[in-house]
Design a protein around this ligand. Structure first.
Ligand SMILES: Nc1ncnc2c1ncn2[C@@H]1O[C@H](COP(=O)(O)OP(=O)(O)OP(=O)(O)O)[C@@H](O)[C@H]1O
Length: 304
């Protein structure tokens, strides 16, 4: 497995407060990694660390397999683009001037590719408009364009849809998907908006109080959250017999209760059970949403 980013026991302590507490995570090459956690969980701290804006207290991280203490780390960071907190945009400049500026900072020999970059992020029509007159969504997209100026293959976005209107959210989602699918850019996105992430992420890392509580692929998460029928019955042995005969997937949850997976005809199922002398007292549809999965995972409390 090739990891673009991996951390091991990464810890960041501010006086007597641990913002990151032995955090271990793995971002696979090609992934859109949804970094999920409530406000204050430590997402931005992790991003600041991997961008080299702050140093860890202990533990380590590697980018493209190179440890942060190695001499090659700066080179690896050049393969990374990030939009952290407020993107560094010159407000008195146009979108194009901002990207030109970034090209100059990066020491790129020509201004080639700027038109394409503006088009990619949907800012090609902004002409002489200065960044200070941009909408929030345009500003976010300019931040991404600046982060893309160095042709990164790893893009880190801290809460990219925060504050955007529904249209802005859709545009941001489409842009991220395009960067990942067409340009093969691995993306790490931090967010507390789970529903939005679920339309994008191929992998998730759930963070709480500075620790990763779970890393899971989108496929495994979908299975964990899939719909099922919850049955309360008089006779569990009969239920088991009927389910096994019909090759229906199920899970017994108590003496009288079971979860039945798949899209089955409820009337037929109840009839088959009745024929075996098993009365169905109650049928409810259970749909563990991403949100409730997450709340179960981190044990409730006040959430973002
Ligand atoms: N420089 C600092 N000094 C002291 N505490 C800090 C500092 N920076 C961050 N923290 C604390 O560390 C914790 C984690 O902050 P962080 O910004 O990483 O959270 P987050 O998950 O990004 O949350 P949010 O979604 O609110 O940005 C917070 O409790 C914050 O107050």
């Amino acid at each position: 497995m090739e990891y673009v980013l991996s951390t091991e026991n990464l810890t960041k302590q501010y006086k007597d407060f641990k913002a990151l507490d032995h955090l271990t995570m793995h971002v696979e090459k090609g992934a859109i990694y949804g970094f999920v956690g409530r406000n204050g969980a430590g997402k931005t701290t992790l991003i600041r660390l991997i961008c080299g804006l702050q140093s860890p207290t202990s533990g380590e991280y590697s980018i493209y397999g190179k440890k942060y203490t190695s001499g090659d780390i700066l080179q690896m960071r050049r393969r990374m683009g990030a939009v952290v907190e407020n993107p560094s945009i010159y407000l008195d400049m146009t979108a194009e001037e901002n990207i030109r500026e970034q090209y100059a900072i990066l020491g790129r020999p020509t201004y080639e590719g700027i038109t394409e970059l503006l088009e990619l992020v949907g800012l090609s029509g902004t002409g002489r408009k200065k960044a200070k007159n941009f909408s929030l969504g345009m500003g976010q997209r300019l931040g991404i364009a600046i982060a893309l100026a160095g042709d990164p293959d790893f893009l880190v976005l801290d809460e990219p849809v925060n504050g955007l209107d529904p249209q802005g959210i859709v545009e941001m989602r489409e842009l991220i998907l395009k960067l990942n699918r067409e340009y093969r850019i691995t993306v790490l996105i931090s967010s507390h908006i789970l529903d939005e992430l679920s339309r994008l992420a191929t992998h998730y890392g759930f963070i709480d109080q500075g620790r990763i509580v779970k890393e899971i692929t989108a496929g495994d998460l979908e299975s964990a959250c899939r719909k099922c029928m919850h049955l309360t019955v008089s006779d569990m042995r009969s239920l088991i017999r009927v389910m096994d005969e019909k090759k229906i997937e199920y899970a017994v949850t108590s003496d009288q209760e079971a979860d039945v997976y798949g899209d089955w005809n409820v009337t037929e199922l109840i009839q088959s059970l009745a024929e075996q002398g098993c009365i169905v007292y109650k049928v409810t549809e259970k749909d563990e949403s991403l949100e409730s999965y997450y709340i179960n995972l981190i044990g409730g409390g006040s959430h973002a």
